[in-house]
Each structure stands twice: as structure tokens, then as C-alpha cells.
Ligand binder design. Structure first.
Ligand code: HEM
Length: 400
């Protein structure tokens, strides 16, 4: 028998009014009661919610917990295994078979080589924003196009296909699409990727997908890998760019400190990653009975790892709910930890450092164009948190 334990009942669909950057109050409260709470999955199955930093990190490093999609025990019906190539939801040896050929393509060194291209794309976006200003939706003008163009170039998605492509991916990430539309968007993306893989096999170009055709991976597997890279590759970074800008605008002392000392950008990006944790939570299923934080997690039970609450754990971070770009305590879990540690973390870092630094340099008077309460936020049902749009404005030289 475990010790007495707090229970998290239903989670709200929205965040607390006025606190768009904080995890739901229920989760912050749960952490105050302990690192682990009982929890009922929305599908009705009993499980656990882990909100403490140390415990989340230990589960992520523990091979007794699985990432497999078909083992998720959250609904009353059986969940099929992840399609070939979608290795985020697989365990070893399948997981590493897919991940291994990709690792060398996302190293710090390879990503640094992309610096010039990211600077160019950022500068083009800022030029376009400036010439159509002095107002803009920062999501459409800046936060979405930069990571989208980069991931499409890496994968070799032709320019003319990008708008429709982004629209489909958006539908399965925004948390508001009906089941029917979700299926349609998924099928359309699958069909598109099938054609893309065939095109790369026939005519390899200078991109990651073409390079991967020179391996023992099947077309079906390449399609799955591409889908994971695309879905993980731009929505996360786009939301970090827009929500990150919103957070800086709402913390003018931090923004001023960054403007005064642009060398703080690397630290500022790490702190925004910790503070915002847009990839809020992931699940793992116990393969055997596991003792965790004084409780027994029975084999076959699915636990939710609340990355955003872990990154606000007061036992790990001083003043965890304060955005402090001078913070020295690193080790955040915004990119996860262990074998599924984010493959694109170096790319995301380079993109955020370049894009955020260029934005604040180009627009010294950047500010919200609407009251902060009117900024439309994604619902909690979205896998990745963020803003739907971010209306901003700035002073134009020569105007009052
Ligand atoms: C995995 C977050 C950007 C590709 C993950 C995980 C997290 C994460 C938390 C671990 C999931 C788990 O524990 O099960 C983020 C954030 C990003 C970002 C916050 C942006 C700020 C990117 C980019 C790419 C990418 C730019 C691609 C180019 C992946 C892939 C995985 C992954 C392929 C699966 C790794 C595996 O299962 O071995 N990401 N990510 N991510 N991410 Fe990212």
C-alpha cells in the first residue's frame, strides 16, 4: 500500500485568466502536495500524474517505462501501434533503428552551418513585417514562417507546397480540430509525403530526406519519419517564438535587460524554454510494477509526465514562476530527457537565438497591439501550448 496521496481530478480546458504562462493551477497545487498524484485519464482509465522535477527526470531515464503507443492505457479500446517510422512512440530496438540514422543530421555542427540561412529567412520576414506595418500578427509574419521554411528546406519540401502543407499540420496540432477533419488532415499529409518520398527516390536533391533514401529504410518508414520531423519540427519552435515574445513583452524588465546586453540571448532562450515548456507533457506506461515516490505504479498503468510543472518545481528552481534571464540553474526538461531527448533541440536553439535577437533589435518599440487579456491562447487540449495570434505594433521613424 502506498502513502496517502493527492488526486488530480479533471484538468481545465483553459489556463487561469491573467496567467497565460503558468501551468494550470491544479497542477501547481498538485506539486505542492507531492511529486506524484493519482489521476484519471480523460478516457476514464486510472493513472498517475507526475509533477516533480526529479521524479519526471527519473522516469524518463528508466527503461521500465515505455513510450509505445499501443501500450497506452488511457481509453477503453485498444490503440494500434505507431505506424512505421513514427519513432517518438516506440521503444528500442525499433526506436533506435530509426533515430540512429538521423542523429548525425541534427548535430550542433550541422545546425551551426544553417546559421546564415536562418539569418536570411529571419531578415526577410522582418523586412516584410516592417514594410506592411506598423502592426502585424507576429504568429503569421514571423513565428510560423521561420521554422516552417527551415524544416521544409531540411526535408526538401518544395516551396510551392509549403502553404497547404503548413495548413494541414496546423490542423492536427491546434487542439481544436474535429475528429473528422483531423483524419482528413492526417490522410492528406500522408498522401503528400508518399509522393514526396517517391520523388526523392527518383531524383535525390540536397536534403535530409534524399540522404535517407540511401539507407535500408522503406518508403513507408521514410514517410513516418518525415511526418514526425515535420510535426515536431515547426509547431514547437513556432509556439516558442510567439509565446516567448509575448512573455518578454509582459516582463519589460527582462526585455530591457536583454536589449541592454544582447550576449544574454543564449541564457534568455534557455529560460524561456523552462518557463514556457510549450511541449507540456508526455506519457509513459509501466512495463512492470514500479515503486515511485512512495507509490506502486502497477504494470500496464500509464503515467502523465508534466514537463511544464517539473520545470516550475520549487525544489529545483528558486522563484520558479519568475522569468529570470540571468538564472544560472540549468537542466530544464523542455526538450525531455533520456532516449527520446528532442532530436531537434540544437536546431530549435539556433532558430530561437537568431530570430528573437533579430526581432528585438529591428523593433526597439515593439509592443502588444491589444490588451494582454485579449491575446487568443491555444486550449489545454492542444499537445503544444501557445498563442493563436499575437497582434503587435511599433513606432515608425518620424512618427510621434
Ligand atoms: C522529441 C520538445 C523542436 C524533433 C521531443 C521531446 C520534447 C520535445 C519534450 C521528447 C518527447 C518525449 O519525451 O517523449 C521540443 C521543443 C522544441 C522542439 C520544445 C522547440 C522549441 C524540435 C525540432 C525538431 C524536433 C525543431 C526537428 C527537426 C523531435 C523528434 C523527437 C522530439 C524527432 C523524437 C525523438 C525520439 O523519440 O527519439 N521534442 N522539440 N523537435 N523532437 Fe523536439
Amino acid at each position: 500500500m502506498g502513502e496517502s496521496v493527492h488526486t488530480v481530478t479533471t484538468l481545465p480546458a483553459e489556463r487561469r485568466p491573467g496567467c497565460p504562462f503558468d501551468p494550470p493551477a491544479e497542477l501547481i497545487e498538485a506539486r505542492q502536495h507531492g511529486a506524484i498524484s493519482r489521476y484519471t485519464h480523460p478516457g476514464g482509465k486510472p493513472g498517475w500524474m507526475i509533477t516533480g522535477y526529479d521524479l519526471v527526470r527519473s522516469v524518463l531515464a528508466d527503461p521500465r517505462f515505455s513510450s509505445r503507443k499501443d501500450l497506452l492505457n488511457v481509453v477503453d479500446f485498444e490503440i494500434p501501434p505507431a505506424p512505421p517510422g513514427e519513432f517518438l512512440l516506440m521503444d528500442d530496438p525499433d526506436h533506435s533503428r530509426y533515430r540512429k540514422p538521423l542523429v548525425g543530421k541534427f548535430t550542433v555542427r550541422r545546425m551551426r552551418l544553417l546559421t546564415e540561412r536562418i539569418e536570411q529567412i529571419t531578415s526577410d520576414c522582418l523586412d516584410a513585417m516592417e514594410s506592411s506595418g506598423p502592426t502585424a500578427d507576429l504568429v503569421a509574419a514571423f513565428a510560423k514562417p521561420i521554422p516552417t521554411i527551415i524544416i521544409c528546406e531540411l526535408l526538401g519540401v518544395p516551396y510551392e507546397d509549403r502553404d497547404s502543407f503548413q495548413e494541414q499540420i496546423d490542423k492536427f496540432m491546434n487542439g481544436e480540430t474535429s475528429d473528422e477533419d483531423l483524419l482528413a488532415a492526417y490522410t492528406a499529409t500522408q498522401d503528400y509525403l508518399e509522393k514526396l518520398v517517391a520523388a526523392k527516390r527518383a531524383n535525390p536533391t540536397d536534403d535530409v530526406l534524399s540522404e535517407l533514401t540511401d539507407s535500408d529504410l522503406t518508403d513507408e518508414e521514410l514517410k513516418g519519419i518525415s511526418l514526425i520531423l515535420l510535426a515536431a519540427g515547426f509547431d514547437t519552435t513556432a509556439n516558442m517564438l510567439s509565446l516567448g515574445t509575448f512573455a518578454l513583452l509582459q516582463n519589460p524588465d527582462q526585455l530591457a535587460a536583454l536589449r541592454a546586453d544582447p550576449t544574454l540571448i543564449d541564457q534568455a532562450v534557455e529560460e524561456l524554454l523552462r518557463y514556457l515548456s510549450v511541449a507540456k507533457s508526455f506519457m509513459r506506461t509501466a512495463l512492470v510494477d514500479v515503486e515511485l515516490g512512495g507509490q506502486t505504479i502497477e504494470a500496464g498503468t500509464t503515467v502523465v509526465l508534466s514537463y511544464n510543472t517539473a520545470n516550475r518545481d520549487p525544489e529545483r528552481y528558486t522563484d520558479p514562476h519568475t522569468l529570470d534571464i540571468h538564472r544560472k540553474q540549468g537542466g530544464h526538461l523542455a526538450f525531455g530527457h533520456g532516449v527520446h531527448l528532442c532530436l531537434g533541440q540544437q536546431l530549435a536553439r539556433v532558430e530561437m537565438r537568431i530570430a528573437l535577437a533579430a526581432l528585438i533589435e529591428r523593433f526597439p518599440t515593439l509592443r502588444l497591439a491589444v490588451p494582454a487579456e485579449e491575446v487568443a491562447l491555444r486550449p489545454e487540449t492542444a499537445d503544444i501550448y501557445g498563442v493563436k495570434s499575437l497582434p503587435v505594433t511599433w513606432d515608425v521613424d518620424g512618427e510621434d
